[in-house]
Design a protein around this ligand. Sequence first.
Ligand code: SF4
Ligand code: SF4
Length: 504
Amino acid sequence: MTEKLSSFPGGLVLDGQKRRSTQTPIRQMPLSKKLILPLQQHIGEASVPIVEVGDKVLKGQKIARAEGHVSVCLHAPSSGVIHAINEQPIPHPSGLSALCISIETDGEDRWIDHQGINDFTQLSEHELRQRIRIAGIVGLGGAGFPSFIKLNPGVQHHIDTLILNGVECEPYITCDDMLMREHANGILDGIEIMQYALQVKNTIIAIEDNKSEAISAIEQALTQRKLPNTRVVVVPTRYPAGSEKQLIQVLTGKQVPTGKLPIDLSIVCHNVGTSYAIGRAINHGEPLISRIVTVTGTDVKHAGNFEVLFGTPMDELLAFCDTKHQPGEPFILGGPMMGYNLSGVNLPVTKTANCILVGVDNAAPQSKPMPCIRCGECATACPVSLLPQQLYWHARAKDLEKTQEYNLFDCIECGCCSYVCPSKIPLVHYFRFAKTETMNQQQETLKADHARIRHDNRQDRQELEKKEKQERQRQRKAALAATKAAKEKEAAEQSDEVDNVENK
Ligand code: SF4
Ligand code: SF4
């Protein structure tokens, strides 16, 4: 039966360029001599090292613990020795460095003792979530949000629908497509666990209609497994159908309101790669230590998908795929629409690195942006119904308040507006800049508020101490005066007694 689907405004039909990286099965990237593991590979607080330089570690051994509520653990992707715990360049548009644990691998790739659970239904939902957290699992679709949190709706929410996102709408990226083709059963393992953890009634595995092999593989696995109330829904290929809110709109016709989350519509959405990782963690006891990475682009000779251990230097991966790329030259991390340019040597593959793109077909020559001609094309293309032209004016003028009035934070940075702009204005760059500036300002305001509160508290404390001191002094003086008065009284009484004796 064909599903009745809805749609979202705007969006684009793009040349997917997917064939380039789907002609060979997933290959294993050879073990690197050195693995560099940033402690911050997820949204939330960075993990905290529990190893020291010189320690020997085994594959899968926990090397950093979760810190705070929004955080997960980190594990050694292979056996070896802790070589350093220091600041290293990380794959981030800022080009900044961050604290990393480096492992010199010993080539043995020796696992720590580990085992899965035969029947996960013997565990409570809470125990399952804790295991998923300890296994270091985060959303592998790109955001890197700790998955155990999305499996905990809390008492105030009841989840009706679990959506598995296998849409992968951005051109060139095919890691989810290949995972669905080759590991359909592993993905269903994770789905079963999530269904149990969330106690959902209804599960949808959403796949774009340009992935016929993945659709067949998942449908076949579903037929064999007979998972109740679970079905594949094929959605039309249109960018950015894979963005969470747009996908929910396509599947359910419901819009997630501004400032709300899918959970407010009783929906939870997870990426298919995340589901696979959850299956490995619970059924096999394996923490998240690797992922599938697409390496593709016009300058890649052997494009494809690779299972890569976290911490593997991207340069080595690019060399393995025979690219024209030289260490230090720029490349794109992610896809051509939402990815960002990186350059630098020894940048490691992390949990959120889904694609490395070197060379884009029909890339527009870097032309200088022209003035806005107010054509409105950007607004037509925007899948969130924003007004990118107005946002652009205000972001350019650094009028951050106005950008908020135009719902800057609803922008999903899909890049549709920049793509269609005839004046070649890099609109999304302005929006990213305005968001960063706003967040920095908010941080500054928060810091200033904290400083003011600390200052006020200190003054109150000093005032109180002063008053207490004055009170103590007053009490001491009063006591002294009382003692003196008592002594004087006693002396006077004694003198009276003497007078009385003498007068007798
Ligand atoms: S598409 Fe470009 S030129 Fe047209 S209104 Fe938007 S910003 Fe201006
Ligand atoms: S980048 Fe933002 S403003 Fe531009 S089309 Fe996408 S959501 Fe709309």
